[in-house]
Design a protein around this ligand. Sequence first.
Ligand SMILES: [Ca+2]
Ligand SMILES: [Ca+2]
Ligand SMILES: [Ca+2]
Ligand SMILES: [Ca+2]
Length: 429
Amino acid sequence: MKLHKYTNLRFIGMAMLLLVSLMFQRVSPASAQDGAGSETISDVTFFVDGPDAADLAVPAAALFILDANFDLQANNAVPTGWVVSSTDASQWGVTDYVPVFTPTTGAANSPTSAGKKVWVSAGGTTPVDPSASTYPVSHKTTMRYQLNLSQYNKTANFSFWYFNDSEDCSAPGAGDGDFFRWGASTAAAGPYTGMEVAGFSGGWKIVTLDLSAYMGQPSVWVVLQFESDADANVGDGAYVDDVKLTATGFKNIAATASQSGYLRESGLNTNVANQRAVGSYWVGDSTGKGAYRIILSFNTTGVKPVGTDFKSAQLRVTYLARTGNSFTTTSLAPFNGVRLYGKNGFFGSHAGLQLGDFNLAATNLGNFPNLPTSNIYIRGLNASRTTSVINTTGVTQFRLQFNLKTDMDAISDLIKFNAPKLLVTYGTP
Ligand SMILES: [Ca+2]
Ligand SMILES: [Ca+2]
Ligand SMILES: [Ca+2]
Ligand SMILES: [Ca+2]
């Protein structure tokens, strides 16, 4: 029985060794170095020591956005908002020490080298001073941060700067060497999918980890880990600075039909409407040479998550029909194009469609292209226009009108839209 177990263990051990050697693909050759040589970099899957009580204390709402430069934190402090764990009493902590190395061309430094950063052993009950010491041997320490990506459905990237100088792996596959790792996971303990490096990074380097696989997830952990083995502890180990989540999301909002529709002007240039129709979107002119204009209403309450910025927006309407003798195609050119006006709030005295909404002041947001794409007319808005016009605490309304009110014939020339939509993109600052 014992022999059988031993054989199984040996077999499992060999299989794991094979797996490990497949995972740790060597990119550049190097040997044990201190401030010289090059870096070994590999894809890696790894775990931390396991979730601890501190994980439960993390206030998820406060961690919606991650942007840390550590500059205002006390030396030796554990970085604010991070969960740290370690196999010994020193762990990731804040330091103002500037790592010393001989720059090579192109590696002169990061934009942040003079400010505070975190170091692999500068925190905890027995912090190590990087100006006087290297990292300890047999030292495995991690710092983790919980991100809420539930509102980010467009892009998500985790980036940071690092400087690493550690014992390189002279025998790749055997796990020899001292590693700096980073990765992401939906579980605090892992497995984390990411990269690891050993050796000398040649100065500060920026890393961007694509988190698109985690978009929409309410709990995503990003991790930094340093692990040394029992032998040589050469170099400073790893420093990290300017850690940032850069993410964007969008929302696609349909117009509130009961508050939207067209208004028809009473006659030639009266600027007063005498007819309205809720949920119907005609634009053009009447037999009496009055203009048809469209009011669109969107509920934009809370459209942008707290702490994010608007990046852009699009107002979209779909071509449905046309009448009269001016519009022979779907082009809006015969009446000099459709202009979009925006209102941060509602036109008139309430959000509903009112005759008086026809000619009230609003922000000029420019023309739609004259030609639709796949029957959809799209007017794009930049960040500053989006920020000024979108109301995050109520409704946002728009008015669509031809630049030429009428072609002066006694024929009603109209284009009909439907499916009005507002697409809003927001993101981390
Ligand atoms: Ca800094
Ligand atoms: Ca070592
Ligand atoms: Ca109104
Ligand atoms: Ca006409």
